[in-house]
Design a protein around this ligand. Structure first.
Ligand code: COA
Length: 132
């Protein structure tokens, strides 16, 4: 998927936190630490530094939700990170994003912290972790 397509899909999936721009996706993809997992209607952008992996963002097109695409991408993320030497993974999710939190709890992630007002004055980030 090109940065244009990633940004277009992201814009359909996020309002707050705001969607990422084409330039932001291009910059991230240029990093040797980033890795992109794609499905026809979804993607996950991850990053791996030494033994720690991170889910940077995850998006599935609205018309294709509840078909297991995100769960498949999360499983792929864990397997890919493990294969490349990661021993633990983390992510941040908005405190008001119940669908994503349900997805993460269901794929073995556990809450490990909270960043107050991370996404704005009234929106915290929940930090979640997974041992690989
Ligand atoms: C969150 C998101 C990625 C889920 O994608 P998806 O492909 O629909 O998820 P899946 O079909 O793989 O769902 C797996 C499980 O997650 C949970 N889940 C997913 N969507 C849910 C919803 N709307 N409400 C409650 N639980 C939900 C369920 O436990 C589900 O299993 P089930 O369908 O067997 O009940 C998608 O809704 C999305 O792109 N949202 C906007 C962007 C976003 O929030 N990204 C994550 C930011 S951290």
């Amino acid at each position: 998927m090109t940065p244009d397509r990633l940004a277009a899909l992201h814009a359909r999936c996020f309002t707050r936190p705001r969607p990422w721009t084409v330039a932001e996706f291009a910059d991230l993809l240029a990093s040797p630490h980033a890795f992109l997992l794609t499905r026809p209607d979804g993607f996950l952008l991850g990053r791996l530094v030494v033994d720690e992996a991170e889910v940077l963002t995850l998006a599935v097109a609205p018309q294709s939700r509840r078909q297991g695409i995100a769960r498949d991408l999360m499983d792929d993320f864990a397997a890919t990170s493990r294969d490349r030497g990661a021993t633990r993974a983390f992510l941040e999710v908005a405190a008001d994003n119940a669908p994503a939190q349900a997805l993460y709890h269901g794929t073995g992630w556990r809450e490990s912290g909270r960043r107050r007002r991370y996404y704005g004055p009234d929106l915290d980030a929940i930090v979640m972790a997974l041992a690989l």
